[in-house]
Design a protein around this ligand. Structure first.
Ligand SMILES: [Zn+2]
Length: 201
């Protein structure tokens, strides 16, 4: 494989990017040497400055701190009896921005399409069970904050069963009533998120 095709193939693995668009990116970089260099540096920086939180599994900027926990997980004033499961890092950021939530998080890493096989390869179910094993006795409620579509519903159903089996004393609730059908958490505005949080069931 030549280097143009190789980079095209890499770009086309990005979400929402097709092969034609990927090739346009490659030619753009060939024409714009400066952008190429910026990109190389930014990717290097990302590798050195960002790490994955041991607890919630989100990616966070270390800012020179040696810790393995993100700011939220390391904050003792957060309510450890509440755990919210979100599909992706961006969803956590949206909920956090709404300011209406003071519990902890777990980033699932995606969602589960209906009839998907090998769920452990699509979402972090193994990691979730480990977390429940480690601190399940402190958790009173798990809020399933999924997108308001069929994939989100399917994921919530799956998680409810798994949580029931792993930690039957934990109550599960669904953040979804306040969100309109089809809504993605990432794009929900702070007020909507706050009311969805209050009206969880
Ligand atoms: Zn964390």
């Amino acid at each position: 494989v030549n280097s143009i095709d190789k980079l095209t193939e890499i770009f086309s693995r990005f979400p929402g990017i097709g092969p034609r668009q990927a090739k346009r990116f490659v030619y753009f970089l060939l024409h714009r040497q400066g952008v190429s260099e910026e990109l190389i540096k930014a990717i290097e920086d990302l590798k050195h400055e960002v790490s994955q939180c041991d607890k919630c599994l989100r990616f966070f900027t270390k800012n020179g701190s040696p810790g393995t926990l993100c700011k939220i997980c390391a904050d003792p004033s957060r309510d450890g009896s509440l755990l919210m499961i979100v599909p992706r890092d961006v969803d956590l950021e949206s909920v956090e921005k709404s300011g209406g939530y003071r519990g902890l998080y777990f980033v699932l890493g995606g969602s589960l399409p209906i009839l998907a096989d090998e769920p452990e390869r699509r979402i972090r179910i193994r990691e979730l069970k480990e977390r429940l094993k480690a601190e399940g006795q402190h958790i009173k409620e798990i809020i399933l904050a999924m997108n308001a579509n069929s994939e989100g519903e399917n994921t919530a159903d799956f998680l409810r069963e798994e949580i029931k089996r792993a930690a039957p004393h934990i109550k599960t609730s669904l953040l979804g009533r306040g969100l309109s059908t089809g809504a993605e958490l990432e794009y929900a505005d702070p007020e909507t998120l706050k009311s969805a949080l209050l009206n969880r069931s």
